[in-house]
Design a protein around this ligand. Structure first.
Ligand code: CP
Ligand code: NVA
Length: 303
């Protein structure tokens, strides 16, 4: 295991598979009521520069279940919001805490934080990546399909933090990924180039959602405007017309396909009510698995 969890590209297939195996163990134990206070007596800071429901709650509960103490820290009400440098905050917090999770804007912020922190740092979402979410998504696929190998994954929508992290996961784990993104909303160029060099599987991008979804085993989408892009909502509504995961689109995937969405969802925009509430949707399992997968990540980094 690496010292931090900032991006999937720092990990091998073997390391990610080990995290899935530990996730399974911890989930089974938790369901049976077997305690696993692996981080007894420790403290984990959870820093939020952006809003959150799932990440905040799953980390707070997960830290508690591991026997440690979670500290919720909003940038706005700490000195970070008044301009205290990242590197100073990182060095001070590492003197008090045994691990730090950060949700923020630039990936370079979590990287700087990690450089100056003597304790493990976990990326809880940046504009570039959302690695905890993709780990939960993949664990959900493994639970339902028994594997990720040999499956076709489809992405419909923005080439955002979720799409970028899927691309890294496909390159590392070796599954096929077909993305459909509107012009001007493609995934990050550096992530794309890195993945194309590394991948042994097929990672493609098209403008046509039908082409991406055809015969897919797993279909995934996300909001058209991510946090920090709210002012682009109207422009994006025009650009993303036709990129809605509706029943007609899902019908092109395999009959037993799984529909994923990291949530929060905007019903009627990137996904219809009928699809998210429909029989192929696994979004509630997916949200739950944030808890289990993050416990495995924290246990591996901080024990
Ligand atoms: N999926 C996800 O990260 O949700 P929150 O923004 O509610 O944390
Ligand atoms: N792409 C979304 C994911 C939210 C969990 C965002 O960054 O807002």
């Amino acid at each position: 295991m690496n010292r931090h969890f900032l991006a999937l590209n720092q990990y091998t297939k073997e390391a990610l598979d080990a995290l899935f195996a530990l996730t399974r163990e911890l989930k089974e134990e938790q369901k049976k009521g077997i305690p696993h206070r692996i981080l007894e007596g420790k403290s984990v800071a959870l820093i939020f520069d952006k809003s959150s429901t799932r990440t905040r709650i799953s980390f707070e509960v997960g830290v508690h279940q591991l026997g440690a103490h979670p500290l919720f820290i909003s940038s706005a009400t700490s000195q970070m919001g008044r301009g205290e440098p990242v590197r100073d905050t990182a060095r001070v917090m590492a003197r008090y805490c045994d691990g730090i999770m950060i949700r923020t804007y630039g990936q370079e912020i979590v990287e700087e934080f990690a450089r100056y922190s003597s304790v493990p740092v976990i990326n809880g979402l940046t504009d570039l990546f959302h690695p905890c979410q993709i780990m939960a998504d993949l664990f959900t696929v493994i639970e339902h399909k028994g594997k990720y190998d040999g499956l076709k994954f489809a992405w419909v929508g923005d080439g955002n933090n979720m799409a970028n992290t899927w691309i890294e996961a496909a390159a590392i784990l070796g599954f096929d990924l077909a993305l459909a993104c509107p012009e001007g909303y493609e995934p990050d160029r550096n992530v794309w180039d890195w993945a194309q060099k590394k991948a042994t599987s097929s990672i493609t991008v098209t403008r046509d959602p039908k082409e991406a979804v055809r015969d897919a085993d797993v279909v995934n989408t996300d909001v058209w405007a991510s946090m920090g892009q709210e002012q682009e909502q109207k422009v994006r509504e025009v650009a993303f017309k036709g990129y809605c995961l509706d029943d007609d689109l899902v019908a092109l995937a395999k009959p037993d396909c799984m529909v994923l969405h990291c949530l929060p969802a905007h019903r009627g925009e990137e996904i219809t009510d009928s699809v998210i509430e429909g029989p192929r949707s696994v979004v509630w399992d997916e949200a739950e698995n944030r808890l289990h997968v993050q416990k495995a990540i924290m246990a591996s980094l901080m024990k």
